[in-house]
Design a protein around this ligand. Structure first.
Ligand code: ADP
Length: 496
């Protein structure tokens, strides 16, 4: 009873020592580490090194335990194999009848004493147990759990080997189980030497990874620090800065290239926006100063002088109309940018519409130009009527504006597959090759058209482009200086 109680206590203490205590210790350490680092801001470099070190420690600790255990088991098995040979020799003599049972037990005790271990022989058939003097009173464990408890509680390593012998009395082959108990303490010296060597190597490896890992991480992540510094310098006033692509490697190079492309796009958009605002202010300044001038004139002399009154009112109305057109055009462009330009689809004959426009222009034309329309039959389309009309008027108006007196303007309209091709050709001044890429830009006017005082704001073609693109079409331009221009618009017959 007393023995059983001692054993229970041992198991309890072993559980506390080897399971609960390490668990509490690890938990405490992790709480302490977390509390210590909570306030600290980990850099990415440190975080990566920290992760390496944690992984290394886990793998290292596992390897350490595995090696220590493996080495100890190997050593004990070596000793047990020698014991087996010695006991087998004794059993051979017992088999031959040279030893009786007492002599076998005494010799076995001697072997056990010499090897500082306990030996038990269990003759299965006879249910006979022989025990060495050492550990005589000890209950040899018979299953895995028992082995484990003995290993943890009593620090004894147990092993079980089988032997055969011929029973002289029955002349039968019988089985003997040999149990061995090895005190672990005897192996402590080798274990300590090995573990200190291993721990030393692990420690050196830990420091090596910490040191070299930090250097490598810093080198790999340097482009990120550089990018951050450059990004800090980039602002609305300093948009020319670019990230250094040559320093970065792998995905960071792709990131730097993508960010640079984004910066270029932003820069272009920002510059466009800036130019747009300055162009709008510029375009509004002239009519406002004209209105201002006439208003001042009205206040001074207009009340008495009827001619001045009349002239001022006409001029003010003209300038306000021009401003109204400008503001409406700007609104159309802003809507096109925001993709809120609404297209009301309706069925109409594009040939009829083109004829109408040509007739209108013929009526107001005072430059003796020949305007022809080559549109035969019926070509029905399902697009926004007003917008399409506005677009054709812009091209026709330009053709008239930029064609000198007695020149020719031809409008041509036909169906090709599922598309309608509208062409506006003139024998006018043409566009210089250097201006051609920019004529669809907002407020762009070639020097030639500026000097001619044709009166536009430079928004016509950008509005026409927005209308064509908004309805799923495309524009082609052919132009030669002093020979003329041809604008070709291709529109789907019905929306895509
Ligand atoms: P504008 O109000 O100046 O006509 P647009 O946007 O309609 O503005 O045209 C932009 C520029 O393209 C014009 O200033 C002119 O230089 C050129 N352009 C447009 N159409 C023609 C044309 N048919 N012949 C010659 N130049 C043209």
């Amino acid at each position: 009873m007393q023995f059983m109680r001692n054993r229970k206590n041992k198991i309890l203490w072993s559980f506390i020592y080897f399971i609960l205590l390490p668990y509490w210790m690890l938990k405490g350490i992790s709480i302490l580490i977390r509390a210590a680092f909570r306030g600290l801001k980990f850099s990415m470099r440190r975080r990566i090194t920290f992760n390496y070190l944690i992984l290394y420690s886990i793998v290292g600790l596992g390897t350490y335990l595995f090696m220590i255990m493996g080495f100890t088991v190997f050593e004990i098995n070596e000793d047990n194999a020698n014991l087996y040979l010695s006991v087998n020799e004794l059993l051979d003599k017992y088999e031959e009848g040279r030893y009786n049972q007492q002599e076998l037990e005494a010799n076995m005790s001697q072997v056990a004493q010499l090897n500082n271990c306990g030996i038990q022989l269990y003759f299965e058939d006879q249910k006979l147990t022989l025990k060495s003097e050492k550990f005589k009173k000890y209950q040899y464990p018979s299953n895995l759990f028992g082995n484990l408890v003995v290993l943890i509680g009593d620090r004894l390593y147990t092993d079980q080997l089988k032997m055969d012998y011929v029973n002289m009395e029955t002349n039968q082959l019988e089985l003997v189980r040999m149990h061995i108990l090895q005190p672990i303490k005897a192996y402590y010296k080798q274990m300590t030497t090995l573990s200190s060597m291993l721990l030393f190597c692990l420690g050196v490896g830990f420091l090596f990874i910490w040191f070299v890992g930090s250097i490598i991480n810093r080198r790999i992540l340097r482009p990120i620090y550089d990018m951050t510094k450059t990004a800090e310098k980039i602002s609305i006033r300093n948009m020319e800065q670019e990230l250094d692509v040559n320093e970065a490697k792998y995905e960071l190079k792709d990131l730097a290239i993508t960010l640079n492309t984004m910066l270029t796009r932003l820069r272009t958009d920002y510059n466009k926006q800036k130019r747009f605002v300055s162009d709008v202010s510029h375009e509004l300044r002239t009519p406002i100063s004209i209105i201002n001038g006439y208003a001042a004139m009205l206040r001074r002399w207009g009340k008495q002088d009827e001619a001045i009154l009349d002239e001022s009112i006409t001029a003010i109305i003209g300038e306000t109309k021009s401003m109204q057109v400008l503001v409406e055009n700007l609104l159309t462009l802003v809507r096109a940018d925001n993709q809120t330009l609404k297209f009301k689809e309706e069925l109409f004959d594009i040939h009829e519409l083109t004829h109408e426009i040509v007739e209108d222009f013929k009526m107001i034309n005072n430059k003796n130009q020949t305007i022809t329309c080559n549109c035969q039959g019926l070509l029905e389309m399902k697009l926004d009527y007003q917008m399409t009309k506005q677009m054709i008027r812009i091209f026709a108006d330009n053709a008239i504006k930029y064609t000198p007196e007695n020149g020719t303007i031809e409008l041509f309209c036909t169906q090709e597959n599922n598309e309608c091709v509208i062409s506006i050709k003139d024998s006018g001044i043409g566009v210089d090759a250097k201006d051609l890429p920019y004529i669809f830009d907002r407020f762009y006017r070639s020097d030639e058209s500026r000097t001619r005082e044709t009166g536009g704001h430079g928004l016509g073609l950008s509005i026409a482009k927005a209308i064509v693109i908004g309805q799923g079409g495309r524009i082609k331009v052919k132009s030669k200086k002093d020979e003329g221009s041809e604008f070709t618009v291709v529109l789907p017959i019905a929306p895509l």
